[in-house]
Design a protein around this ligand. Structure first.
Ligand code: GNR
Ligand code: NI
Length: 167
């Protein structure tokens, strides 16, 4: 299957909100597999469906070095959070930009897997940051939204220039 196309900031489609997944079928499993392949190829440690213009509440993550810890998170809900940390973040939709963002240090979420089974997950460190980054994508939010307007404008100019050069 061909890889999915990852939308780039400031594409307005990145501002769309995902809807809950209600049908857990083979097509959803195929989408999960394609999102994982697209993420590994990029390469990235997470990918939200909204980034590939699919408006479903779904994301994939693998923070391992050897593609051994793929997680599929569907219809996530934040149950608990604790502490704050500032981490340098990047985004496949904002290539080559890394900026510090403040996030919850630890989180607990409830979600479903691709079969529709509910599970809870407690996360800290990079996994916690990545889940929060991906959950933001499901609501049309990007990590650059946490930066100063001046920084975000500079990044937008840079992205528009990059786009012109590759067209
Ligand atoms: O690949 C990614 N790396 C990353 C690094 C720090 C914090 C968050 C991330 S997520 C990002 C992939 C991506 O854009 N997911 O939406
Ligand atoms: Ni991202």
């Amino acid at each position: 299957m061909p890889l999915l196309n990852i939308l780039r900031f400031p594409d307005p489609r990145l501002r769309q909100h995902a809807a809950p997944v209600e049908v857990f079928d083979e097509e959803l499993v195929a989408l999960k597999n394609n999102m994982l392949e697209t993420m590994y190829e990029a390469p990235g440690i997470g990918l939200a469906a909204v980034q590939v213009n699919v408006l479903l509440s779904m994301l994939v993550i693998d923070i391992s070095e050897d593609k051994s810890e793929a997680i599929c998170i569907i219809n996530p809900e934040l149950l608990e959070h604790d502490g704050l940390v500032k981490t340098d973040e990047g985004c496949l939709s904002v290539p080559a930009i890394y900026e510090p963002v403040k996030r919850f240090e630890r989180i607990k979420i409830r979600a479903q897997d691709e079969k529709g089974e509910f599970f809870e997950l407690e996360a800290d460190g990079l996994l916690s940051v990545c889940i929060q980054h991906e959950m933001d994508h499901l609501e049309g939010k990007l990590f650059v939204d946490y930066l100063t307007e001046m920084k975000r404008r500079r990044i937008q100019k840079k992205m528009e220039k990059l786009l012109r050069e590759t067209m």
